[in-house]
Design a protein around this ligand. Sequence first.
Ligand SMILES: Cc1ncc(C[n+]2csc(CCOP(=O)(O)OP(=O)(O)O)c2C)c(N)n1
Length: 369
Amino acid sequence: MITPKQLIKEFKKNNLKYFTGVPDSILSGLINYLNLSKHGCTHRIAANEGSAIGQAMGYFLAKKKVPVVYFQNSGISHASNPLASMADQKIFGIPMILLVGYRGDPRLKDEPQHYRIGPNTTKILKSIDINSIILNQKNFKSEIYNAKKRTLKSRQPQALIISKDLISKFKNTKLITKNNKNFSNRIKYLELLVRLGKKKDFYVCTTGNTGREMYVLNDKYKKGHTNSFYCIGAMGHANQIGLELALQKKKKNIYILDGDGAALMHMGNLSTISDYKPKNLIHIIFNNGVHESTGNNNTTNQKISFRKVFSSLGYKKNFRIKKISSLKKILKGKIKGPIGIEVMIKPGTVENLPRPKKQPKELLKLIKI
Ligand SMILES: Cc1ncc(C[n+]2csc(CCOP(=O)(O)OP(=O)(O)O)c2C)c(N)n1
C-alpha cells in the first residue's frame, strides 16, 4: 500500500500541485488527505467529472502547469466530453494527468454497476486516444514522472489507473461537528418512510448507501422490493427517473430519495422538476455535507441550502428539517407537489451495511408500478 502522504509527495516532486475531482472509494484516502492535511497543494472538489476537467483546463490556462484530475472509472463518460472535444491534442492540447479509480477490475469481484466499465476501462480511454498505466507500489514513482513527461510532449491527457487497496485510507475526523451532532442518521428517516408507507408510494433511491439502506429496510419490514428502484450506479440520475415516473404514474406518490452530492452533480435537474411541476412528487435530499458512500469525502458545497434552491426554482412546498417528527408531520399533510424536503443528517450508516443480494434484472422484474 502507498500512503496518501507518500503519493502526494511524489506528485509534488514532479511539480504537480493542483488536484480536483469527484470522489471514489478507491481514492478516498487520497481525497480525505487532500481535504484535511497541510500539504501545500491546491485541492478543489468538482460537482461532476466533466466539471473537474473544466477546472483543470482553467488551471492550465492560468498557470501553464499540469493539473491532476481524479475520479472513478464510472465517471469517464462525464469527463470524456471536455477531454475529447476540448483538451485533446487535436483541439486545444491541454496537458493533464487523470487518476482513475479502477472499480470492476476483472481480477477482483465487484458490484454489477461496474461489470461493463471495469474490464473496458483502458479500452474506453484508448478510444479517445488517452494512454493509461496501472499504478502499483513499484512503478508509481517512475510512472508519475513518465505521465507528466508524456502529457507535456504529446499535449494529450494521460491516465494512471489506481487499483483497489493501492492507496491506504485517511480518516475524515471532521465528520461530526457541533452543527450536526444532534442530527439523526439517514436510516432513521428511511425507516419512518418504510413503516408509514402506503400502497401508492414508490421510492427512487439514489446511488450508494441510501439504496442499500432502503433495501435492508424493505427486507426488515417485509415490504419486498415491489415499490423501490435502487440506482446502484450512475450517481445523480435518480431524480430524473423519479420525475418521469411521477409524470407517467399520476395516481402514485413518487418519492425521490436523493443525496446532496448526487443533487449537486446535476443541479440543473432540479430546475427541470420544477418546470414540469408533478403534483405527486416528493423530492427528499439527505444533506450530510459529504459523499458518505465513497468514504466521507466533502461535497463541493457544504453550506448550501437546498430549501432555498427548491424555493427559488418554484417547487410548490419547501422544507428544511432536522427532526424525524418534522418529516412525520409533512407526510400527514396533503401531497401537493412538487414538494422539496431537505433533511439535515449526520453522516454514518449501520455497521457492515449489505449490498442488494438480488441482481438488477431480478429487482426490475419485482417492481410493481
Ligand atoms: C458519475 C459517478 N461518479 C462517481 C460515482 C461514485 N459514487 C457513488 S455514490 C457516491 C457518493 C454520493 O454522495 P451523496 O449523493 O452525497 O450521497 P451519500 O453517499 O452521502 O449518501 C459517489 C461519488 C458514481 N457512482 N457515478
